[in-house]
Write a protein that binds this ligand. Structure first.
Ligand SMILES: [Zn+2]
Length: 78
């Protein structure tokens, strides 16, 4: 867990969290090239990744969430 003393730094921070700023479940727009259909892929419970399936063939897709990644909200998978 966190080191002692680090908690003071955390609690003194006025920076808002970059994730979970609203109650809405974030999602990405994904174009499934396998079936040429568009669908939304929602974040998982931990919001560590976006996981979804092609609405037609159930192909599974997953996008990891991380700092330094793309800000794009739209992806195409094949
Ligand atoms: Zn498909």
């Amino acid at each position: 867990m966190a080191e002692k003393g680090r908690q003071l730094d955390l609690t003194s921070s006025a920076e808002p969290l970059s994730v979970g700023q609203s109650s809405e479940n974030p999602f990405l727009g994904v174009h499934f090239a396998c079936c040429d259909v568009y669908s939304r892929v929602y974040a998982n419970r931990e919001r560590s990744a976006y996981v979804g399936h092609c609405p037609r063939c159930a192909k599974r897709v997953q996008f990891q969430v991380g700092t330094g990644g793309t800000d794009s909200r739209f992806f195409s998978v094949s």
